[in-house]
Unconditional design. Structure first.
Length: 386
């Protein structure tokens, strides 16, 4: 088939991992993929925040940003029409964004089936975290796109419930969680670096924020090291990523005389991420939004980590306590620290969770290839093609 892939993502972050992976796997299945997306994203390096688009958002009043955001649909609609007339695709695959209605308009004008990938309830998310100024327009745009897509692909069952409550029929909803590339992420994808050899590594990958409580994890590790026999190498705390709390963690390590017990790797490239995750023994997912399918969690599973994560509804779609992870009551810092301590002291438990974590990816088909096959099957149903 000819698949027109449509999105409005300007930043080159975790969202782009998903976009690139699905496009790659659709092509591997023999489909032709036509991309209609912001040109700024094609030129940016991984980790970029959207360049001049992000700067405009910071400078202009919120209501004006939302008007421009909605107005982009008119420009994008022209680009879509041009691409559809030129390439004559069979279907449209769109990554949902708020105030972004051009894909649905093109679907109706050209009578093309459209599948909509939904990664978050963006109206609710922005209302809760960033604020919405044109409330009625934002909510209308979300419902308009959700209800008019031919099929909707939420990344979690929690998110599927939001779609159902918004009026999308269950027959038009298929949950497809995020995936992982098992040719890149697998157990022992790389050997431990010499500086980490023989050390037990507690690790976190992602954007570091205050509510992750990484300062408390560092204190736990320092205390555990003080109680270890002198002949045992110290436990190390490895942080892969960026964020506003890293400077505070460095200062904390200095005050505890533990700068040799924390490693701040910084933002890792996609090419190096598997190597960095291979250094970790105990992987942390301290907090999640309630509807997401965490990409980093899937990479932890694929590389066979002993995982500590919150016992939230969306996380239970992927993890089972004491089977492929240890789960703690969401928001309960003391219980999270207790689970980490349990894994530090119990080698056999660590090994069992690690083996089961790696098996989870295969058993539940949590790969980008499997996702592309599901997307293809949905398009075949929509178009009547075999």
């Amino acid at each position: 088939m000819k698949i027109l892939y449509h999105h409005r993502v300007a930043s080159k972050d975790g969202q782009f991992v998903h976009i690139d992976a699905i496009i790659h796997e659709l092509k591997q299945l023999g489909h032709e993929v036509i991309l209609v997306a912001p040109k700024i994203s094609e030129k940016a390096d991984f980790g970029a925040d959207g360049g001049w688009v992000s700067k405009i958002r910071r400078l202009l009043p919120g209501f004006l940003c939302e008007l421009l955001e909605f107005g982009y649909s008119a420009y994008d609609f022209i680009r879509l029409c041009h691409a559809i007339i030129r390439h004559r695709p069979d279907v449209i695959y769109e990554r949902y964004n708020l105030l972004f209605i051009s894909g649905i308009l093109a679907k109706y004008m050209f009578r093309l089936p459209l599948s909509l990938e939904v990664n978050a309830p963006l109206y609710h998310e922005r209302q809760s975290y960033g604020g919405i100024h044109l409330d009625w327009l934002a909510r209308w745009s979300e419902l308009f796109v959700w209800r008019n897509a031919d099929h909707v692909l939420p990344v979690s069952h929690v998110l599927a419930t939001d779609l159902h409550n918004a009026g999308v029929p269950d027959a038009r909803i298929s949950v497809i969680p995020n995936g992982v590339d098992t040719t890149q992420f697998y157990p022992d994808a790389a050997t431990k670096r010499p500086e980490f050899a023989n050390h037990l590594i507690v690790g976190f990958a992602g954007f570091c924020r205050e509510w992750h409580q990484l300062d408390q994890v560092l204190s736990l590790i320092v205390n555990a090291n003080q109680q270890r026999p002198p002949e045992q190498p110290p436990i190390l705390f490895l942080i892969i990523g960026d964020g506003p709390v890293l400077e505070d963690l460095q200062q904390q390590a200095q005050s505890l005389h533990a700068t040799d017990q924390i490693i701040l790797a910084g933002l890792a490239s996609r090419e190096n991420m598997a190597d960095w995750l291979s250094q970790i023994d105990i992987a942390l997912q301290p907090a999640v939004t309630p509807w997401c399918s965490p990409l980093k969690l899937l990479e932890y599973l694929a590389t066979g980590k002993a995982i500590v994560a919150p016992d939230s509804e969306n996380i239970r779609e992927l993890l089972t306590n004491d089977e492929n992870a240890l789960l703690f009551q969401e928001g309960n810092l003391n219980e999270m620290l207790s689970k980490i301590e349990q894994l530090i002291t119990d080698t056999s438990l660590r090994q069992r969770l690690s083996q089961n974590a790696a098996a989870t990816i295969k058993d539940r088909h949590l790969t980008w290839q499997a996702n592309a096959e599901k997307i293809t099957a949905i398009f075949k149903r929509l178009t009547g093609k075999r």
